[in-house]
Design a protein around this ligand. Structure first.
Ligand SMILES: [Zn+2]
Length: 129
């Protein structure tokens, strides 16, 4: 009898699939936040132990899904950053901008097996015109 296991790639694919489904289920930005014309999210990553991943920017327009969970930039990492509460905060208080930082809580496949990721993520969220 053969046991099938979900390897790091399988786990990553499951996570991607979950995120895809949740994104599809999310309301559109213009429905969820009618007062927000567009949103720009910027991410800067700092890895203390190796070369940091390149910064990322995401712009959401009114027809985009209001889904704010972003996967860790490391391909083998299971971590995700959920900024839904931050976007809610902007919308509730009519803010134009917010920023903060977080640490990835996922696990990465390294040379010596699974290690905690600990990637430092600085993010900023800005409401567009
Ligand atoms: Zn990570």
């Amino acid at each position: 009898m053969k046991f099938s296991t979900v390897g790091p790639e399988g786990a990553r694919n499951l996570l991607r699939e979950k995120q895809r489904k949740q994104r599809m289920a999310a309301k559109e930005l213009r429905v969820r936040f009618p007062h927000i014309p567009s949103l720009r999210l910027d991410f800067v990553f700092t890895d203390a132990e190796s070369q940091s991943p390149a910064p990322q920017s995401v712009v959401l327009h009114p027809p985009a899904r209001a889904y704010f969970v972003y996967p860790c930039p490391y391909a083998s990492c299971t971590g995700e950053l959920d900024l839904a509460a931050n976007v809610d905060d902007i919308a509730e208080h009519g803010k134009a901008h917010t920023s903060g930082h977080a640490k990835c809580t996922g696990e990465r496949q390294g040379r010596t097996g699974k290690t905690s990721c600990d990637l430092h993520i600085e993010y900023s969220i800005a409401v567009g015109e």
